[in-house]
Ligand binder design. Sequence first.
Ligand code: C2E
Ligand code: MG
Ligand code: MG
Length: 468
Amino acid sequence: MRRERTGAQFGVELGAGDVATDDGRDQPAAAARHQRRVELMLLLGSGFLVVVGLGWGVFFALNGRWPIVATDTVLVSAGLVTLVLTRRKQLLPAALLLLGTLFVVICGICLLLDLPSAQVPRSTHHFLLPLGACAHLVLRGNRKWVHHAVALVFFAAFLALASTSGGLTSAYALPDSMRTGGTWVNNILSVATLYIVLYVMQADVAARNALEADLRTAIVEGQFTLHYQPQIDEHGDVIGAEALARWTHPQRGMVPPSEFIPLAEQTGLILQLGDWVLKQACAQLVAWNNQPCTAELVLAVNVSARQFRQPDFVAQVLSIVGRSGVPPHRLKLELTESMLVNDVEDIIAKMQSLKAHGVGFSLDDFGTGYSSLAYLKRLPLDQLKIDQAFVRDLLSNPNDAAIARAVVNLGHNLGLHVIAEGVETEGQHAFLSSVGCHAFQGYLFSKPLPVAAFDAYVAQHASAHALV
Ligand code: C2E
Ligand code: MG
Ligand code: MG
């Protein structure tokens, strides 16, 4: 599984819930809406296959056309399998099975049953247009080639069938008398489907544009704040925090980062937002300097791929750090593994420049990307951060436990610190400690907190430890 800080979603987006909380597992509203819509489309599509398959099956059985009845059985089976896959939330296989079956059926009908004559044109191929658009909508968020290729196959088949009049054989051709009514039904249904798909697409674009406009305003009007999630060492001391951006939308309330960070990334607004986050983080470090229990904290700041790719990123960071007066070693930049796919040499050079000034680096969400171990050795990192996806189930899933253990060993062999994120239970904490992980972040200790609550947490923690 690969996750980019760009927020690129993969597969048909999964999960549910519109709520904006500090739970990293919560889904952005748009993704949840998209998923519900995909499920609905798949349920309708599979129901359609079953009903049509049964209907035609009975019709052709009564007419004694057994080879076609056999094909209808395939239709009904495909519909039922799609239904089961959808109920099990395996949306991508369900979508591909449904689209594939519909494609084969429509082309088959066009080439065997719906043969054009001088009086009645072919009409079944008109369904390929809305289905191509549907495929484009449903497969959004998948790899680009899947997203575009499936839709293009539908459109190409439409073109071929609209521009030709032949069939494979006329043995099964339906009589014109039957096709005349069918033409009207096909055309009305296909145009109505196309209209609905276009309406949904347009609604998505409008929602995105509105959010983008709101995001611009939010940056200008300063609607963002930073929350701080404590990072704890093996003795239970707070050693630092991760700064996490929060957007309080005037109407919608708290918008989760999983919704606005990808949009900021796509629109380029992440550059302004990232700049603000860095300045705010440095200002906070300066403020913490004045309190004994926070004076030594290291603050981790997430950096997006687009931000890091800017040619003057190093100069910007050094200028912000320099102007704030914060010792650079108190700042740690979190990069994600998926950023390392392109232009690794440039990334290494930038990291080295910043590292030479004392800025630290952590590799966030480690284990979810495909970074080569050879590169890992060359990156001037300080820390690996085990992704919460492996921490979540490590007590019940032996694979996750093995991965967590392997990441800790790998980190130590490379001379890096290892921190686990998303630690929610004592059991996870104990397991991670037993395999040599010495730093933790997660709800077991604290959710991300507004600064006042964070300060109180650290103060309380320090006094509790002083008493022990
Ligand atoms: P991340 O950097 O991996 O941050 C960790 C996420 O996990 C945070 O979600 C945090 O609230 C959540 N989390 C922490 N502990 C637990 C736990 O025990 N259980 C669960 N279920 N979740 C936990 P958040 O704040 O919603 O941030 C999501 C992502 O948004 C971050 O993932 C990061 O990639 C991005 N992000 C947040 N702030 C910024 C920012 O200022 N700049 C950039 N570029 N990205 C940011
Ligand atoms: Mg992070
Ligand atoms: Mg992370």
